[in-house]
Design a protein around this ligand. Structure first.
Ligand code: NDP
Length: 246
């Protein structure tokens, strides 16, 4: 069987559960060798079992993405082993807390910013040279509708996701003349642990599964993708084009 990512190297953060776990499995199913990054070893091992059962291949990377030197070491290791990275999915993230803006504890604010923003920038810094060495580098940064709606009590999470979109857009502008394509994604409400934490009263069965959502993100990883610098809205099934003021 031939896959659309045969011979390609992918890296997915937050691969121990939820959207990242399903996306990692789907990319492996397309033939990519997938670096699966998260802290929970059990979740990574279950994913590895599923990938291997389907004759795919993966490297498990148990790593806390707040270990910034660890991210640099990972980039160096991938360079040593493959000389490039074809697909990078910055999916790992945390909700932080839903709270009146003045009541957010400083340590919660700082940890959520560090996980959702600083770490993503460190990942970009480490992987950008590898992605540029691919003939079809694809970067997918996970955002959220919260980046735009910024509802009451969602300020912390919303601010992190607005930052992610700004990083993605600016990175795309910097790399426009290269083979690299950089886009952010709004997956929409999805049946995962994070969503249950945000909306404990909601019936999860009313939401699309992480598998269904991940399947709609796969095309952003493929070599034939043309778009860069846009936000892909999973629920709408299309890219939303940002306004470039100048
Ligand atoms: P989950 O909470 O189910 O999964 C989050 C993943 O991120 C886990 O694999 C977790 O792994 C990993 N992670 C978190 N912190 C770290 C860390 N410090 N180091 C390494 N890995 C870490 O989330 P979802 O699948 O729901 O969300 C995936 C992405 O989609 C997130 O960026 C989220 O903001 C976004 N999103 C989700 C929506 C939803 O409705 N579910 C809606 C909009 C956006 P571990 O704990 O093992 O380290």
């Amino acid at each position: 069987m031939t896959g659309r990512l045969d011979g390609r190297i992918a890296l997915v953060t937050g691969a121990s559960r939820g959207i990242g776990c399903e996306l990692a499995e789907l990319l492996a199913g397309e033939g990519a060798h997938v670096y699966c990054v998260a802290r929970t070893v059990g979740g990574l091992e279950e994913l590895d079992d599923r990938i291997k059962a389907a004759s795919g291949s993966a490297t498990l990377v148990p790593l806390d993405l707040l270990d910034f030197e660890g991210i640099d070491r990972l980039g160096a290791a991938i360079y040593e082993r493959h000389g490039k990275l074809d697909v990078f999915v910055a999916n790992a993230g945390m909700l932080g807390v839903l709270s009146p803006i003045g009541h957010i504890e400083a340590k919660t604010f700082e940890k959520t910013m560090a996980t959702n923003v600083t770490s993503v920038w460190r990942q970009i810094r480490s992987f950008d040279p590898l992605l540029r060495r691919s003939d079809a580098g694809r970067a997918i940064l996970m955002s959220s509708g919260a980046a735009h709606s910024a509802k009451a009590y969602w300020s912390l999470y919303a601010a992190t996701k607005a930052s992610v979109e700004a990083l993605a857009k600016s990175w795309a502008n910097e790399t426009q003349k290269t083979a690299l394509r950089v886009n952010s994604v709004n997956p929409g409400a999805t049946r995962t642990k994070m969503r249950a934490q945000a909306m404990p009263g909601e019936d999860p069965e009313t939401l699309p599964s992480a598998r269904e959502v991940a399947a709609k993100i796969v095309p952003l990883a493929l070599p034939d993708l043309a778009e860069t610098g846009h936000l892909f809205d999973v629920r709408k099934g299309r890219f939303l084009t940002y306004h470039n003021p100048d």
